[in-house]
Write a protein of this length. Structure first.
Length: 179
């Protein structure tokens, strides 16, 4: 391979490539889980969740490709096997477990939030340890997408706790008198 001269040492690039491979692994595990829930969801929320997860699956898939291409641009090779994804990932699989719709949403919220926490650490490492502001900026765009997906999923769960008047039952006793 030709030498890469982009202002980062081989060690800096390899450090960033390792972080990106962790992000790639988690993204791949999340896309598999999202697609599985997309297939398995049942109940009154079927249509809304089926459509939401289809959109999220597409967005996460695009991120997977972008992360792999960023790894290649830095001179590395992306993980490309399920074994590798499971070894590098921080998300847990739950084989044989098909929760109800709300359980599916909760599991995906947990996974998106884990990815957000990981990305925050990786952004800091890219900037502070490896001096790769380009990858830090790249990951910032991805973190924003996961934050939005997690928010949409959390909103779905929180919506189930609304009373018929639109107030949250856990806050009704804290409301001022007459409101």
């Amino acid at each position: 391979m030709r030498p890469i001269n982009i202002g980062l040492s081989d060690e800096q690039r390899q450090g960033v490539i390792d972080l990106l491979n962790h992000d790639l692994a988690d993204s791949y595990l999340l896309v598999v889980k999202t697609k599985k829930f997309h297939w398995d969801v049942v109940g009154p929320q079927f249509i809304s969740l089926h459509e939401l997860w289809d959109k999220q699956y597409v967005a996460i898939s695009a991120n997977i490709d972008a992360i792999a291409e960023r790894i290649r641009a830095l001179g590395g090779y992306p993980i490309g096997t399920m074994k590798g994804f499971l070894e590098f990932g921080t998300l847990a699989e739950e084989p044989g477990n098909i929760p109800m719709a709300t359980g599916m949403v909760s599991a995906l919220v947990k996974d998106h939030e884990q990815i957000v926490r990981n990305l925050r650490e990786h952004i800091d490492s890219c900037s502070e340890s490896y001096h790769d502001e380009g990858t830090a900026d790249f990951l910032t765009g991805i973190i924003e997408q996961h934050e939005e997906m997690a928010w949409m999923l959390r909103s779905f769960i929180e919506g189930e706790a609304l009373a018929t008047n639109g107030a949250r039952p856990d806050l009704e006793s804290k409301s001022p008198v007459g409101v």
